[in-house]
Design a protein around this ligand. Structure first.
Ligand SMILES: NC(=O)c1ccc[n+]([C@@H]2O[C@H](COP(=O)([O-])OP(=O)(O)OC[C@H]3O[C@@H](n4cnc5c(N)ncnc54)[C@H](OP(=O)(O)O)[C@@H]3O)[C@@H](O)[C@H]2O)c1
Length: 176
């Protein structure tokens, strides 16, 4: 990856807008962006970002970013909705686990349902066919569970350093 430090994000956005004008693409978006930088782009954008892809899960809920996306009709796509399966594991969180027991779902299903119910598009993966099926089989959580997820989970972790390093496409895997 070679970055041109002389080109601003705003200039890049304008170039991407021209791709839409020319019919090269229908929609453009951003990834790994902070709220402040997103606000700066939305302020100058002729064509609004269709989607913003950021790390988001119960340990990094990014509520302010989500509120801003909602207010501007931008889809927030949550990558690593299961925290990349890394420690501390979202799927082992006591609040998530207790909700899962009550709902007769797995902790992963609770984390994914929470992501969908709060209005994000969750981008998860699994190498295991059983877990892939499990991850499709989600259903709405009760309001009380959503409140508990928001108010009782205090752990905050960013698992993926891409926002700081700018190195894309990194999907950490635990050694098996
Ligand atoms: N924009 C960016 O900079 C950026 C950076 C990184 C990734 N991404 C995107 O994000 C996508 C998702 O990343 P991800 O797959 O690492 O996120 P994730 O869904 O948070 O984590 C997947 C991990 O959770 C495990 N897992 C999946 N389903 C499970 C279940 N039901 N129960 C328990 N564990 C489960 C998987 O292990 P098993 O495979 O063993 O099931 C894997 O280790 C990637 O495809 C990539 O395109 C974007």
């Amino acid at each position: 990856m070679i970055y041109d430090a002389g080109v601003t994000l705003a200039e890049t956005w304008r170039a991407m807008e021209r791709l839409v004008d020319e019919g090269g693409t229908r929609a453009i978006g951003l990834s790994d962006i902070t709220l402040d930088r997103l606000k700066a782009i939305v302020a100058i954008a002729r064509i609004r970002p269709a989607v913003v892809q950021v790390e988001a899960h119960p340990y990094l809920p990014e509520w302010e970013l989500l509120d801003f996306c909602r207010a501007h009709g931008i889809v927030m796509q949550a990558f690593a909705p299961l925290g990349h399966g890394m420690q501390p594991r979202v799927t082992e969180d006591p609040v998530v686990a207790a909700i899962a027991r009550r709902a007769r779902k797995t902790p992963a299903q609770v984390a994914l349902a929470w992501g969908v119910q709060r209005g994000t598009a969750v981008l998860t993966t699994s190498t295991n066919p059983g877990r892939i099926r499990e991850n499709f089989d989600i259903s709405d959580l009760p309001d009380q569970a959503l409140r508990e997820m928001r108010e009782e989970i205090a752990t905050r972790v960013r698992f993926n350093a891409v926002v700081d390093t700018g190195v894309p496409g990194f999907v950490p895997r635990q050694p098996t």
